[in-house]
Design a protein around this ligand. Structure first.
Ligand SMILES: [Zn+2]
Length: 193
């Protein structure tokens, strides 16, 4: 949220390291329609409270608030996310996810079916989402990732298809040893009859 310059000055006038917290609380109450008396009472209570905090408690409180603010902006970043790719198979999605992660780009795999009772369809419509800011670079990198030629292996436990380099099944976390896992055979559509 952007505050005008005057409001920033006002926030600097609040005393102590916890002034910003007091300011945020008062600002919220004010916008919520609290009266001047209520604001004054709250401010007095907070000032008295904060004065009684030890330096250590003060540090803890500041740390908690900073963490929460970071989490909030993190959440906000994903709100502004864009779909990078859709209609991927699960191995493709994981290959791209890992490749982009190595380049410092976080991706979010959506429409995953990971619950144990839910047998995953490898042709499920899996989507990869990235933060809006990362989209141009992610698209560029994506075009260089060849997901089609990537080797896959089937999980001996749940039969899910996995990228050949995976040590653990993405679906059931079973260990994928190269000896135990047979290469995935192409689907035999004309096998019946
Ligand atoms: Zn598995």
């Amino acid at each position: 949220m952007l505050y005008p310059e005057a409001t920033l000055e006002e926030s600097r006038a609040m005393k102590g390291r916890l002034g910003a917290i007091a300011f945020a609380v008062l600002r919220g109450l004010k916008e919520g329609g609290a009266s001047a008396d209520e604001l004054a009472t709250t401010e007095a209570l907070m000032t008295r409270c904060f004065e009684q905090l030890s330096d250590h408690d003060c540090d803890v409180l500041v740390e908690v608030v900073e963490t929460r603010l970071e989490e909030a902006s993190e959440h906000g970043a994903w709100d502004a996310s864009e779909k990078l790719a859709g209609r991927l198979t699960m191995p493709e999605a994981h290959i791209v996810h890992d490749a982009l992660q190595q380049q410092g780009i976080e991706t979010e795999i959506r429409h995953e079916h990971l619950s144990s009772g839910d047998f995953p369809n490898p042709n499920t419509d899996v989507e990869l989402w990235v933060r809006a800011d990362d989209l141009p670079r992610a698209k560029e990198l994506l075009s260089a990732i060849d997901t089609q030629s990537a080797e896959t292996v089937r999980c001996p436990e749940c039969d899910a298809e996995n990228p050949a380099h995976f040590g653990q099944c993405w679906s059931c976390s079973a260990v994928l040893s190269r000896e135990a896992a047979a290469p995935a055979a192409p689907a035999a559509d004309d096998a019946e009859g």
